[in-house]
Design a protein around this ligand. Sequence first.
Ligand SMILES: [Zn+2]
Length: 300
Amino acid sequence: MKSSLKFLTLVAVLAIGAGVLGGAQDALSSEKKEKKHEQVAATPSAGEEAVEEETGRGEAAEEEEEEAAGGHGIKWGYEGKTGPSRWAKLSKDFRLCGGGTTQSPIDISALTGTSVEPIEFDYNLTPVEIVHNGHTVQVNYQPGSGITVGGKRYELLQFHFHSPSEHSVAGRQAAMELHFVHQSADGELAVVGILMEAGEENMALRETWAMMPKKAGRPRLEERVLINARDLLPRDKGYYRYMGSLTTPPCSEGVNWYLLTQPISVGIEQVQKFAAAVDPNNRPTQALNNRLVLAPMAGE
Ligand SMILES: [Zn+2]
């Protein structure tokens, strides 16, 4: 009797949890639509350029060069006066970086529910464009690859790296983190994050590492090298799921986060090569506030 009551309570809690998440998502996505609308109406701003830089296939490096030449771009980084604790003060377009309540990354510790929908990956072999944009090394993907979750399709725009990892699990960081950035036809963002644990050399990173620029510059189309992002995925595709933000200015919210539970490996020398090209580029973990973090179902 007692245990069946417990079970019913658990079911009720999960059901309420799912309802709350659904509501939160609705609120976020409608807020996001409004924001998109505002952006369309507003004149181009540095904030939009930064969105382009984080999410798009845009010519981020050009902006970087303009910055270097004392141009109009807003300079931000990971330490000192332009570091994460100051991002919100650098531009009013960056205000969510300080005042947002659903920011990323987070520490994954308190789990509040179970995720049920698998991510279907359809990543294809393509030539890619690689760019060191001053903040990370980014691989811009050709159209035609993406993920589908819960019947919604998100196109893969690019993937890039952070060192050390941005997310942590129970307070523990990994050597690096890989972000696959996707966008749906209606403009919603979905990021698949994968922790990269220092260990064995990762053969799937070889091509990317071989063409990695040593410093910021223009995007380079690598026509002779074909890459399939699928090779970078771990075997187990179970994930932690929560609603968050871009981890770089303008820190836009309403981003669907899927942090895979299984890490991939990255060789010590591979970590060193990345660290030689890009200074530490992890934003500190942000307050969870009243968000839900869903864990994969047992056996997934
Ligand atoms: Zn990222």
